[in-house]
Design a protein around this ligand. Sequence first.
Ligand code: NAP
Length: 341
Amino acid sequence: MFAVEENKSLIAFSTMRIGGTARYFAVCQDMEEIRTVVRFAKERGVPVVVVGTGSNMVWSDRVHDIFLLHNTIAGFDVIDEDDTSTTVLVGAGENWDIAVARCVELGLAGIEAMSAIPGTVGATPVQNVGAYGQEIKDTLVYVEVYDTQTDEFKKLSNDECHFRYRDSIFKTEEKGRYIITRVAMKLSKLPPMQPRYPAVVSYFQEKGISNPTLEEIRSAIVSIRASKLPDPTLVPNCGSFFENALVTTKKAEELKIQFPDMKIFSVDDTTVKIPSGWLIEACGLKGQYVGKLKLHDKNALVLTNPDGATFADLLEAKQIVIDAVKEKFGITLESEPNIIE
Ligand code: NAP
């Protein structure tokens, strides 16, 4: 039942397990509850912050003068179908990986490489989540949103979301304006795209599988991610803590002379992507404590909180990593989770 709580602990809403309290809190299971929360918050002059599972959120450990809206809108419906594709409309509060599993069971391709990504369906468009060559922007048709500025429910087309690499209007120009309620994705009934990322290619080579099926691709990704990423229920973490570095081709060519082993992937004519995990590892930090937090021993991109650190400890750890990479490579890493100070 819909109810407003006060002084809600934020610890349960960040898989990093750090956080103070939110002034107001409510679970919203439908669109009208979202509208009620926004009106309530406006009357009291506090901003609304939407959270799913908190797998990409880091809160400071103070009292936050916000209305924390836990979006649990459910639903998984086929809304359109032809010979080669099916469009599904999924509630923003649904668990992303369960939605991926359902699509794979239905024989629908397009999001299987994004298997085992933590979080909710509604969170995926915000940073245009992607993995192993697939991004939500490739299948997303539209998002249904509540516009907090105009008090309207509307649809935003894929183009209107201005998707970029791990980015969209929901993170930048329209941050805080829209609350995503449902996501429509058009998936393919045709055979899946064959893996091209090294980790997935070698997984199938080792198993002697040459044309993996949809189910085999999903199970490969689940297994690769499980081997590289710590389970947040055992060791608190928010997955990748740093974004991959985007630098000019010229800068990358200069670095490559000094660091011939450095991995580089082209983004466009002038920009390349450098895996930040490689940069951090090259600084000797993989598996090491950085202050009171620790970089995961199987993936240097993941900052873990094994010993109950504070928010100040986390900021210190973040800076240690940024400074080390800056000093060695002249590249300033950006953190990936939504850090609310
Ligand atoms: P990884 O597979 O070690 O790859 C590291 C970097 O190399 C990524 O920037 C990746 O690009 C790039 N890369 C590798 N093979 C490539 C290829 N064949 N073509 C183009 N680019 C290539 O990465 P990881 O850290 O273990 O993460 C696994 C996957 O999960 C990656 O795709 C990563 O982007 C994704 N991921 C996404 C999020 C998110 O959406 N917030 C968070 C964590 C990890 P891409 O980044 O373009 O894939």
